[in-house]
Design a protein around this ligand. Structure first.
Ligand code: DGJ
Length: 706
C-alpha cells in the first residue's frame, strides 16, 4: 500500500524506500509525524502531540503542523496568512475529511491523497495534495486555497507546504547560490537556532539562489548517508525558509514568495500553489540527484522529446554576437556541418534594428540589411547541410528604442510617476496583461508557422522591476508576479501543442530561469554564460545536483586561454551534458576542425550513456585537484568516466579513482588500464590512473566483461 489511513487518524505515504506520515493532533490539527527511511511497522510512527501544559510553549509552536496558518499563538513562519472580510486575521485550519485516489501522469497511475482542512467559522478551505511517486522515492505536495463564501479574502502568504526532518539531530543545509556567469555554487552550513531564508524576488528563479535544498546530519557523503531534499516547481518569485526552533525542530516552508505579494482570493476561484517535490535517500547526495534526474527525465521534461537524445548544436552567439548576416552564418553552418553538428542555432541580432543591445527587442521582423531575402536562404542552406535550424528569441522584453515600445508603452511594467529601471537597455513586458500574452504567443507561433524552425532558444535578460499593474483593481495588483508565470506556462503549452516537433531551450543570461517548472515546458537549458571549460566543471557539478545531464547544454567555445585549455579539455568538459559548439569555427584551423570532428564522433558514440545513463560524481572539483564524473547505463554494463586534473604538483602523477554504480560481482575492462578488475575492487579501492600536467583531461571507457 502506498497510501494508508490508520484508524482514521494517521495517514502514511510509502515510496519504495521512504515513508512520510502525519496525523490528527491537538484540536484536530494535522500534525507531521515522520519523514525518513521506509518503516515496515506502523507502530514505529511517532504519536502526535496531543496535550501539553506550559505558559510559553504554545501548541502552534510545539506541534509540527502540516500546513500552519497565522492563528492563536503561532509565532513562527506559517504557510497561510489571510485578511478576512470582517477585519479578522486569525485562520484556523481544522481537519475536515480526506480522499485517496490516483492521478494519471504520463500513462502511469500515481496514488494521490487529498486532505481537506476548513476554518470552523469562515468560508476558507485548504486542500493539501500529496502525490506518491513510488519508484522514484519522491512525493509531490501542493495546496489549493479556496474561498467558499461570497466575500473577498486577502491572502498575504500562501506557501505550498510545510514539512520537517526528524527532531533531535543537528542538521547541515546544502543550498545553491551564484550570480551571472557564476551559477550553481554549492554551499553547506550547519543550521543553528533561528531562520535561514533563500529566495528570489526578481520575477524569475534567479542566478543568485536556487529553489532546491538538501539536509543531512552533517556527515553524509556522495554515496552514503541520509539526505533529505526538495525542489520547487516554479519559475517566478519563490521562498524557502528553514527554521531551527528552540525545541530543535527543523521547520521547512516552501512556496510562492510573500515579498510584494497579496492575493485577492475570489469566491470559487482557488489559488493553486506550485508543487514541491520531496525525497529522502540513505545513499547520499549522489542518489538524491539520480532520483531527481530519473523523475525529471520521465515525468518533467516535455513528453514528446523526453526520451529522445538531444542534438549536438552550434550556437552563433560567441562567434558573431549581434553581427549576424547571411554570409557569416552560412560559413559557420558549413563548418559546423563538416564536423558533425546536427542543429544550427542563430542567436541574437537577426531582427529589427538589433545591431547592439540598445535597440530592436520587440521588433520580431527579419533585418533585411543582414538577410536581404529573409531567413529562408539561410534555413534552406542549413537544411541542405543536413542540420536542423534553430533561432534565438527574447519575447518578454522590449527596448525603448523599438517600434513595439513606441506603439505600446503601456505594455511594460511601470508605476505611476516613476522612471522605469533599465538593465541591458531593456524593459519587461507585463505578461499578466492578456494583450501581451497574445502578442508573445503569436509572435513565436508566426515564426514557427512561417519558417522551418526546429528549435527555439528562449532568453530573458532583465529581472522585473517596478511591477505595477494598473489595469486591475488594487486588491489584485500584487498578484502580478504569479499571473506572469502562469501566463508564461500557458504560452509554452499552447506553442508546444501547435508545434510538437519544436525543441525549446530555456535561457536567462545563462542560468537565471531554470527550475522544474520551466523544464516542464522546455527540453533543455543554457545553464551559464560562463563557457570557460574549467569554471564549467563547478557550474555543471552544482547543476547536476538537481537536473539531469540531458537538460544541461554545454558549449565548446574560445573562452579562456588556449595555452591552458586544449581542445580535448574543452570538449571533455562540454561532453558531460548535451554537447554544443559556440566557438568561432571561421577561425578554426584545419587541424582544429579535425580534432573537433573526432570528439563529436566520439560523443555520438557515448551520448546514450551520458544523456540516458546514470551519473555518479566520483570526485568533486571543489574537493581538490582532480575531479571525475562517471556515467553508466542502467544495466551497469557500460559507461564512461571524465577525469580532469587542474594542476600537477610535486612528482605526483598517479591518482586513485574509486568508481561507483558497478556490479560488484562482475569484471570490467577500463580503457587505459591493462588489468581487468572487479566491480567490487573498483568500488572499494579503485584503480590507479596516471595524469600529468596542467588542465589535463581523460576519458575512460568502462565495459563489463561477458
Ligand atoms: C544571453 C544568453 O545567455 C547568451 O547565450 C546569448 O543568447 C545572449 N543573451 C544574446 O543576447
Amino acid at each position: 500500500m502506498t497510501i494508508e489511513c490508520l484508524n482514521e487518524c494517521k495517514w502514511v505515504l510509502h515510496t519504495q524506500k521512504t515513508t512520510y506520515a502525519f496525523g490528527l493532533g491537538v484540536d484536530e490539527m494535522l500534525t507531521h509525524l515522520y519523514w525518513g527511511p521506509r518503516l515496515s511497522f506502523s507502530s514505529d510512527i511517532p504519536e502526535p502531540l496531543r496535550t501539553f501544559h506550559a505558559s510559553f510553549n504554545n501548541m502552534q509552536d510545539m506541534a509540527n503542523l502540516e500546513y500552519p496558518s497565522q492563528s492563536g499563538m503561532a509565532y513562527h513562519e506559517v504557510c497561510l496568512k489571510a485578511r478576512l472580510h470582517d477585519g479578522g486575521r486569525d485562520v484556523i485550519l481544522n481537519f475536515d475529511s480526506y480522499s485517496i485516489g490516483d492521478v494519471e501522469i504520463r500513462e502511469e497511475k500515481c496514488p494521490k491523497l487529498t486532505m481537506i482542512l476548513k476554518d470552523p467559522h469562515y468560508s476558507l478551505t485548504v486542500h493539501l495534495h500529496y502525490i506518491v511517486y513510488e519508484k522514484y522515492d519522491l512525493i509531490e505536495r501542493y495546496s489549493e486555497i479556496i474561498n467558499t463564501g461570497s466575500e473577498l479574502i486577502q491572502l498575504d502568504q500562501a506557501f505550498s507546504a510545510a514539512f520537517y526532518v526528524p527532531e533531535g539531530f543537528p542538521y547541515r543545509l546544502t543550498t545553491i547560490s551564484g550570480g551571472w556567469a557564476a551559477e550553481y555554487t554549492l554551499n553547506q552550513e550547519m543550521l543553528v537556532p533561528g531562520k535561514k531564508v533563500i529566495e528570489s524576488r526578481r520575477g524569475a528563479t534567479s542566478h543568485n539562489s536556487h529553489p532546491w535544498f538538501a539536509l543531512d546530519r552533517g556527515n553524509s557523503q556522495e554515496s552514503s548517508g541520509d539526505v533529505w531534499f526538495g525542489v520547487l516547481k516554479w519559475s517566478g518569485n519563490w521562498k524557502m525558509s528553514f527554521e531551527h526552533t528552540p525545541r530543535n525542530q527543523i521547520r521547512i516552508l516552501v512556496g510562492l514568495n510573500n515579498y510584494d505579494f497579496t492575493w485577492g482570493l475570489l469566491p470559487k476561484n482557488p489559488l493553486i500553489t506550485p508543487s514541491v517535490i520531496l525525497g529522502i535517500t540513505s545513499q547520499g547526495f549522489g542518489q538524491a540527484s539520480r532520483n531527481l534526474h530519473h523523475f525529471q527525465e520521465d515525468l518533467i521534461l516535455p513528453k514528446k522529446h523526453n526520451k529522445k537524445l538531444r542534438k549536438i548544436l552550434y550556437n552563433s552567439w560567441e562567434a558573431t554576437y549581434f553581427d549576424v548576416n547571411l554570409e557569416n552564418q552560412t560559413s559557420l553552418a558549413e563548418k559546423a556541418a563538416s564536423i558533425g553538428v546536427e542543429l544550427f542555432v542563430m542567436d541574437d541580432g537577426w531582427f529589427g534594428q538589433r545591431n547592439t543591445d540598445m535597440a530592436g527587442l520587440g521588433d520580431w521582423y527579419v533585418n533585411t540589411q543582414k538577410f536581404p531575402e529573409g531567413l529562408d536562404p539561410l534555413i534552406n542552406k542549413v537544411n541542405e547541410l543536413g542540420m536542423d535550424f534553430g533561432l534565438w528569441v527574447e519575447p518578454e522584453m522590449v527596448n525603448p528604442d523599438s517600434d513595439l515600445y513606441r506603439a505600446h508603452p503601456e505594455w511594460v511594467f511601470q508605476f505611476p510617476n516613476r522612471e522605469i529601471t533599465r538593465a541591458r537597455h531593456q524593459l519587461n513586458l507585463n505578461l499578466a496583461k492578456p494583450e501581451v500574452k497574445d502578442f508573445v504567443f503569436h509572435m513565436v507561433d508566426d515564426l514557427l508557422n512561417k519558417y522551418n524552425i526546429k528549435f527555439i532558444k528562449w532568453d530573458w535578460n532583465k529581472s522585473i522591476s517596478e511591477p505595477g499593474w494598473p489595469d486591475v483593481p488594487k486588491e489584485h495588483q500584487q498578484e502580478v508576479m504569479v499571473h506572469y508565470i502562469k501566463n508564461l506556462y500557458d504560452i509554452f503549452s499552447k506553442l508546444r501543442a501547435s508545434h510538437p516537433n519544436v525543441v525549446f531551450e530555456t535561457c536567462s543570461g545563462g542560468g537565471g530561469r531554470i527550475d522544474m517548472g520551466i523544464l516542464s515546458f522546455t527540453d533543455q537549458a543554457w545553464i551559464s554564460d560562463n563557457t570557460n571549460p574549467y569554471d564549467r566543471l563547478f557550474i555543471q557539478e552544482g547543476y547536476s545536483h538537481i537536473y539531469c545531464p540531458k537538460s544541461m547544454v554545454c558549449w565548446v567555445t574560445d573562452a579562456g586561454d588556449d595555452n591552458l585549455f586544449s581542445l580535448k579539455y574543452r570538449f571533455y568538459s562540454s561532453m558531460m551534458g548535451t554537447l554544443g559548439i559556440g566557438a568561432n569555427l571561421n577561425n578554426y584551423t584545419e587541424k582544429q576542425l579535425k580534432i573537433a570532428k573526432k570528439h563529436i564522433k566520439r560523443y555520438k558514440e557515448i551520448r546514450p550513456l551520458i544523456q540516458e545513463g546514470e551519473m555518479y560524481r566520483l570526485l568533486s572539483p571543489r574537493a581538490g585537484n582532480l575531479s571525475a564524473v562517471q556515467y553508466m547505463n542502467v544495466e551497469k554494463t557500460e559507461g564512461v568516466v571524465f577525469i580532469f586534473l587542474q594542476s600537477s604538483k610535486f612528482p605526483e602523477n598517479r591518482f586513485r579513482l574509486i568508481f561507483q554504480g558497478l556490479n560488484p560481482e562482475s569484471q570490467y575492462k577500463i580503457s587505459k588500464i591493462s588489468q581487468k578488475l572487479s566491480g567490487r575492487l573498483l568500488m572499494s579501492l579503485g584503480a590507479l590512473i596516471t595524469l600529468d600536467g596542467h588542465f589535463k583531461s581523460e576519458l575512460l571507457k568502462v565495459t563489463q566483461i561477458e
